[in-house]
Design a protein around this ligand. Structure first.
Ligand code: NAP
Length: 262
């Protein structure tokens, strides 16, 4: 199926690795020009080069910076001639116990996983509406539907974003102008983030990391972790011209892990 996205411009945040990179790859594969960001310049440039090899017809720009800061967001936006597609993403907050977190840790989580995406939507969605096309995909977490005890910072900050998006996506001036805003909720995907969370959990439980990973894998109905390519493919589908009636949704991508009927 042609997703109808050739020649569009996308800003894909936090995309030198993992899920963000998977989204950038899928969009570039569809002929979308992309601006990708990450804090580390070296990895970002390597990813940009790989994306250019994927589809010579798509333009790829790389902007190093912290998307949780105003300067990082301004630089990313300045590099994108127009934002038709916005994929919001940032690193997840560290695991831990809420008894050990102070105001500083909470503010960092809220800046990265709630306010940064809100600021980027504020900067882009009205112009999308004027042009009659826009797609926003916020990478959040399955923890929004089923909280993960050790990821309290993530549970809290992302739930704030989710509540805000539920209202914004339903504004007639956006939904009525072919601007959709959805959240894509990863379960367990095989990325650096998952591996580092496993290392921390294995150390805490006093078990080898491979054993812990095997247990987690066995607990997923699909019996495996997801891949960044699978995640990117669903992101591109949500961005497609065919998905104009799908807005304000929380799309869970977790191999069947969430146990509820709805
Ligand atoms: P990852 O493999 O660690 O990749 C994170 C990417 O984001 C890297 O490119 C990183 O590059 C960039 N990044 C991190 N913080 C940034 C910032 N402040 N500004 C700009 N770029 C930043 O992580 P992932 O697994 O793809 O996870 C992506 C998001 O999904 C995270 O929020 C994570 O918590 C969430 N999530 C992941 C899973 C999973 O199973 N993988 C499950 C649920 C939720 P630099 O470090 O160079 O900046």
């Amino acid at each position: 199926m042609d997703l109808g996205l050739k020649g569009r411009w996308a800003l894909v945040c936090a995309a030198s690795k993992g899920l963000g990179r998977g989204c950038a790859e899928a969009l570039v594969g569809e002929g979308v020009n992309v601006v990708i960001t990450a804090r580390g310049e070296a990895d970002l440039q390597v990813t940009a080069e790989a994306l250019r090899m994927l589809n010579a017809a798509a333009e790829v720009r790389a902007v190093a910076g912290d998307i949780a800061t105003e300067a990082g967001r301004a630089a990313a936006l300045a590099a994108c001639p127009q934002v038709d597609i916005l994929v919001n993403n940032a690193g997840g907050p560290p695991p831990g116990d809420f008894r050990d977190w102070g105001r500083e840790q909470w503010l960092a989580a809220v800046e990265a996983n709630m306010l940064a995406p809100i600021e980027l939507m504020k900067a882009t969605v009205d112009a999308m509406a004027e042009r009659g096309f826009g797609r926003v995909v916020n990478i959040t977490s399955g923890a929004v539907k089923a909280p993960i005890d050790t990821l309290g910072l993530s549970n809290g900050a992302r739930s704030g974003l989710t509540g805000f998006v539920a209202g914004l996506a339903r504004q007639p001036r956006l939904a009525g102008a072919n601007v959709t805003i959805n959240n894509l909720l990863p379960g367990a995907f095989d990325t650096d983030r998952l591996r580092s969370n496993f290392s921390a959990a294995a150390a805490k439980a006093g078990v080898p990391v491979d054993e812990l990973a095997a247990r987690r894998r066995a607990a997923i109905p699909a019996q495996r972790f997801g891949t960044a390519a699978e995640f990117g493919a669903v992101c591109a589908m949500l961005c497609s011209v065919h998905a104009g009636y799908l807005t304000g949704q929380n799309v869970l991508l977790d191999g069947g892990s969430y146990p509820g009927t709805f």
